[in-house]
Design a protein around this ligand. Structure first.
Ligand SMILES: *Cc1c(COP(=O)(O)O)cnc(C)c1O
Length: 383
């Protein structure tokens, strides 16, 4: 009884926090946290600038859409929209476990792999715990760490590539998690297979190594490490994948992690009971069958990646070598200024400033004609 009263008193004390509404204090850790700023939606740009045709190359979405198999699966599943989905999708887990060669109890699904990043930080971080990550890397790691009151230790990339030796050196007794984004967003680069293998082998087992492989299916380099076969020997390894990128289901929100079964049990405790919805579940299942669609996207993307990289280099711009469906390149002046000029011509990209990479622009690879339009608009913007 006494404890309850004490807690209530603490809660209403105005000096407890400066954030929130001012009359109910939000958690102090949130003072450090900004809202995620996504790429501008097409409709908004069209409306604001009065443009009839807008090309969005800002969020690394799949320019070729998604599999028609997924579209029909979703249409059919709508008839069951009134019913809650299965809490953990069994058919999807079964198919994926066979495809990946892992037991089903190693799989956990999320409302996008983004949700799983949040589940990990929520489940494993105590305030003050350190999390090692690259700089720049996916900004959602840092945001989720901050929400839990953790401390992000950011290790500068070398030429846009994770400096794994320096990251290993940054691991201390206070470190709980390490994020390796491979390939990395926003630089598009990947780390070599041997370097990453050695890193995973050297990180102490009481530190979780989260390898975010959101762009796994776009990688064409032979020097890319297959991490899933390492899971048996490394219970502290977590592999994140998503259906948002090459499978083209970003709007449905579904991704997954491959983890030690004990880690899965922990994450199941903190997730929402129906964190993946019916439509996403059936779309993901159908997408796994359409290997032709995935192969087409991978090939088209690789071809355009080479072509646009070369065109940017021909414009005298430094382009980071990409294994993804986007390119990061350096521009004279600020990335924001170039992004604004592109926007006025109806091409939406991301300025590097918002991604931790000032003086750069990140462009998602579109269809050939969209990439041509981007290159024309960029040439104009540089003049
Ligand atoms: C896109 C992306 C994700 C995942 O997105 P979801 O849509 O939430 O699955 C995760 N990590 C990185 C680095 C990404 O770029």
């Amino acid at each position: 009884m006494l404890t309850i009263v004490k807690q209530a008193l603490v809660l209403v004390k105005p000096e407890v926090s400066s954030v929130g509404t001012g009359w109910i204090a939000a958690r102090g850790s949130l003072a450090q946290v900004g809202r995620y700023v996504p790429g501008k939606p097409m409709e908004e740009v069209q409306r604001e600038l009065g443009l009839s045709h807008v090309i969005k190359l800002a969020s690394n979405e799949n320019a070729y859409g998604c599999s028609p198999k997924a579209v029909s699966a979703v249409a059919e599943e709508m008839a069951r929209a009134a019913l809650y989905p299965e809490s953990s999708p069994p058919a999807l887990a079964e198919k994926l476990s066979a495809k990946l060669g892992v037991r089903e109890d190693r799989l956990i699904f999320g409302n996008g792999s983004d949700e799983i990043i949040g589940l990990l930080t929520r489940a494993y971080l105590e305030p003050g715990d350190e999390v090692v990550m690259a700089d720049p890397t996916f900004t959602r790691y840092e945001q989720n760490v901050a929400i839990e009151g953790g401390v992000s230790v950011k290790v500068p990339c070398r030429d846009g590539v994770h400096d794994l030796d320096a990251m290993l050196g940054a691991v201390t007794t206070r470190t709980k998690l390490v994020f390796v984004c491979n390939p990395n967003n926003p630089t598009g680069t990947m780390v070599g297979a041997e370097a990453l293998r050695r890193f995973i082998e050297r990180v102490p087992t009481n530190v979780m190594v989260v390898v975010d492989e959101a762009y796994y299916e776009y990688v064409t380099s032979e020097d890319y490490l297959q991490t899933i076969p390492m899971l048996d020997a490394h219970p502290n390894l977590v592999v994140l994948r998503t259906f948002s990128k090459i499978y083209g289901l970003a709007g449905l929100r579904i991704g997954y992690a491959v983890v030690h079964p004990d880690v899965a049990s922990v994450l199941h405790k903190v997730r929402g009971p129906f964190n993946t919805n019916r439509l996403a579940q059936v779309a993901a299942l159908a997408s796994l069958d359409d290997t032709e669609f995935v192969a087409m996207c991978r090939e088209q993307n690789a071809r355009e990646r080479d072509r646009v990289s070369q065109a940017l280099a021909d414009l005298g711009l430094r382009v980071y070598p990409s294994q993804t469906n986007f390119l990061l390149f350096e521009v004279p002046g600020s990335g924001a200024a170039i992004a604004e000029r592109l926007l006025r011509q109806g091409v939406i990209v991301r300025a590097g400033e918002g991604l931790g990479a000032p003086g750069t622009v990140r462009v998602s690879l579109g269809r050939p004609e969209e990439n041509d339009a981007f290159l024309r608009a960029l040439t104009h913007s540089l003049q």
